[in-house]
Design a protein around this ligand. Sequence first.
Ligand SMILES: [Zn+2]
Length: 181
Amino acid sequence: MSDKGKAAVAAHKIHAIVKYPDPVLSRPAEKVTEFNADLVELVAEMFESMYAAQGIGLAAPQIGISKQITVIDVSFKERPEDKLVLINPEISERKGKQFEEEGCLSLPDIREKVHRAAAVTVRAQDEFGEFFEVDGDELLARALQHEIDHLHGVLFIDRLSRLKRDLIYRRIRKLQKNGEW
Ligand SMILES: [Zn+2]
């Protein structure tokens, strides 16, 4: 009897997504220094939590863990090779410009265009501590910049004009008042 099939569908804990204005979202996350089985499990839980929330990227602060860990899958389960685990990531190169719409699991139903680099190169570690580099353009470049921002306590609304940001704050306060946030 093989339990391979079982392992593939083994359930991992689904974490609740932390919403703005939880302070964990605006706090710079700590670097990961220990690479162990707990970290491997946490990464698996982050992927499950991201898929459960219909997201293509999730940063650890979004589940209340202030550590420099983020997972991305711009294909949303379509291409296994698109699954990215980025620990202690740093953007080493930025090229060009793009201005496209973004959303965030911590800011449900809010979408705005954000100025970003068109392409980036990121150096990071995987969940086993191995260093690697990844190049991304278009959607992947946006996801990389958006998720790495989270690890520095920056949300995409922080990159909007003052006017747009104030409108969003007002909208959120109204939703909070109505118990819809
Ligand atoms: Zn986000």
